[in-house]
Write a protein of this length. Structure first.
Length: 315
């Protein structure tokens, strides 16, 4: 029972890691995500990969404490993965189906952003704290709350879904979720570019952003770092949205630490400082001095969190 697999099912790839309780991550790799209306074909791919890995490491299923899985959809406390839009599945008890098909038990399942938060909590930026809120700035904006080592899932599996917190009730464009004015529309990689494009057509101010063939969130933050005035205005605006949303979330959970992760967080301390400042300006004085940190595990937070799901539940 010294080993487990952490599996992170994404819209395009599935990341898999073999973990040892004592030595941590031993080996990791990824395969393409097979999409479809039900999970069986993808679970068969995962089963094959896991069995191959056990063979090449001279291990048997009896050596496994279990398997942890992260998936891109809300997961309820009783383990129902609800409607993974990016892959095509409806509601499914993925852990139960995977246990039957892979013949390993137990198999735990969690929402990808929440599981990544557990990964940072257990192995990354949050190792020293008892509770954290993680905000993942990527294609979308994900979120996860960890309280005393446990994922806060909620009855509908959506606890921590900060990306769809309404930040602007007057927004006219629609979010991917169908609502209008969600944080994600301003603070995801796509949302940042959307905001920048809008501002660029409505002002004559000079900016290096105008000379770019393809504007990306990374280029926007890079332009802010070199002091481009318009890029700075934009990054301040985006940070204010993020800082306010985090402040709102902190009124409910008041965690010890806020962790910023996801591809956009590679803008580093520059982004972290701006968001933390916006948070402090928009929060109740009693919780102003909160720890803020950048995620440490990058793209591996999901597999680490999935492994933590297993090791924290099975001795
Ligand atoms: Zn939304």
């Amino acid at each position: 029972m010294e080993y487990c697999f952490g599996v992170d099912i994404g819209g395009t790839t599935v990341k898999i890691g073999l973990f040892s309780r004592k030595k941590g991550l031993l080996e990791k790799w990824e395969i393409p995500t097979r999409k479809g209306t039900e999970p069986t074909p993808l679970l068969k791919d995962i089963k094959y990969e896991i069995e191959e890995c056990l063979n090449r490491n001279d291990l048997k299923k009896e050596h496994l404490a279990g398997i942890g899985m992260a998936a891109p959809g809300p997961v309820t406390e009783d383990g129902c993965l609800r409607g993974t839009v990016n892959i095509g599945w409806g509601d499914v008890f993925l852990g139960n189906e995977a246990e039957d098909l892979i013949s390993v038990s137990p198999i735990f399942i969690g929402n990808d952003a929440r599981v990544a938060a557990l990964g940072e909590y257990t192995f990354g930026a949050g190792k020293e704290v008892n509770s954290l809120l993680m905000v993942t700035l990527g294609t979308g904006v994900g979120g996860g709350v960890i309280l005393n080592g446990k994922i806060l899932a909620g009855v509908s599996g959506t606890a921590g879904e900060i990306g769809h917190m309404t930040m602007n009730p007057y927004e006219e464009e629609q979010c991917n979720c169908g609502k209008k004015g969600c944080l994600e529309q301003y603070a995801s990689a796509q949302g940042m570019v959307r905001v920048a494009r809008k501002v660029l057509v409505n002002t004559d101010k000079p900016s290096v952003l105008r000379e770019m063939d393809v504007l990306t969130a990374k280029k926007l933050w890079d332009a802010g770092k070199i002091g481009d005035a318009l890029a700075l205005e934009l990054t301040e605006y985006i940070s204010r949205m993020l800082g306010m949303a985090i402040a709102n979330a902190c009124y409910i959970v008041d965690p010890e630490m806020v962790v910023l992760g996801g591809g956009v967080s590679q803008a580093g301390e520059f982004l972290l400082d701006m968001v933390q400042r916006a948070y402090a300006e928009n929060v109740f004085p009693h919780c102003r001095d909160k720890k803020f940190a950048l995620a440490k595990l990058r793209n591996d937070a999901g597999i680490f969190g999935a492994a933590a799901l297993v090791f924290q539940s099975v001795n």
